[in-house]
Design a protein. Sequence first.
Length: 242
Amino acid sequence: MRARTRTTAPPQKRCVIIGDVRESRLLDNWTRVFSSIQTHLAVTNRRFASDTLISFGPTVGDEFQGVLSTPRQAYDACVALRSGIPTRLRIGIGIGAVERRFARDKGMRGTAFYRARAAIEACKKLNRTMLVRSAAEPTATDVALNALLHVAASLEERWTARQQQVLGFYREHAGWSYDRLGNRFQVTKQAVSQILAAADWDTFLETEAAIRTLLGNDEALRQAVKLQGFTSRSKAPRVYSD
């Protein structure tokens, strides 16, 4: 009889997110900002509890980190962090293995941590808001994702204060009609339409849907296909997932 060969399952691909406060040394109100960061990290942990492997929390200096069980909700978690924390952030996303050597979240290591750190350092070097790394050398999917993240950030940076106010709210209430949104901001639905058009909202939505799709989010794929005028029963590629 032939001896059975034991196959080893590949390690699960976890997602480490490291956030870094930009120019924190220039902030006069660091104590208040840090308190706000802690509060919003707790809010993010509650919102993404079902996807969180290790809760978001402050680490050293002006940084914080957390670990998601898969990358599928990584972009939405980063958007939530950026929208709730009252200062500019850099965010590095690392995808790979996570080793928890102790019962508590101490002594953690693994390729996902190293890659998130590499992504943060690349953000500083390239002056980017957010970057993804999933291997020792960037993959084709990493390159595509990082280009899309740059497009989304560039669009956001062009928004006026009024556009940020309206679109920030609309992102959290995507099902609202223009009428209802207009009533919320005391403008007509035509004015809402003009605000969205001036902010290139359709391009922004399609870019975000593509980002989520590459991270393995099935619902985002359906949205992206719909935005492009097609129909499909496909599922998002499991490029970064098990």
